[in-house]
Design a protein around this ligand. Structure first.
Ligand code: ZN
Length: 148
């Protein structure tokens, strides 16, 4: 279990240092900003949606390793997915980082499961979930993510 935890920490640090999709794609048609005042994380997310499907997504901003790694793995996980699939992922991710379990959590892509340990650190939950709030806002046509 300790080995697994170390592997997860390695993956989070790697994504935090070398975030994927850390640039805006061309032809984006929806976007939102997220801000986590508790930690100072700020990010802007831009997406190119084609009907129900998110074709491309990228982010920019400044944040801690957890929020950056979360944005990185989230953008990798949602490309080519439908809004319904993304809503299910968000539900699972939210449940996981707040310490719940269930079908939505066990169906999460392995890449997102590395954030399971965050549930032990309530201060970092908002960091991990910030990109997902920004994503939800962008998909709902709101410019700024809610922070609750
Ligand atoms: Zn943070």
């Amino acid at each position: 279990m300790n080995d697994l935890r170390e592997l997860y920490q390695e993956m989070i640090l790697d994504h935090g240092r070398h975030p994927r999709n850390h640039a805006f794609p061309s032809g984006t048609n929806c976007e939102a900003e997220g801000h986590n005042p508790l930690c100072g994380d700020r990010l802007t997310l831009k997406l190119r949606c084609d009907g129900e499907i998110v074709q491309e997504v990228g982010f920019q901003g400044q944040g801690c390793a957890i929020s950056t790694a979360s944005a990185s793995t989230m953008t990798e996980s949602i490309k080519g997915k439908t809004r319904a699939q993304i809503a299910e992922m968000f539900e699972g991710f939210h449940a996981m980082v707040t310490g719940s379990s269930g079908a939505a959590v066990s169906n999460l892509p392995p890449k997102l499961a590395v954030f399971a340990g965050v549930s032990e650190f309530p201060m970092r939950v908002k960091c991990a979930i910030l990109p997902w709030h920004a994503l939800q806002a962008a998909l709902e046509g709101r410019a700024v993510a809610s922070t609750e």
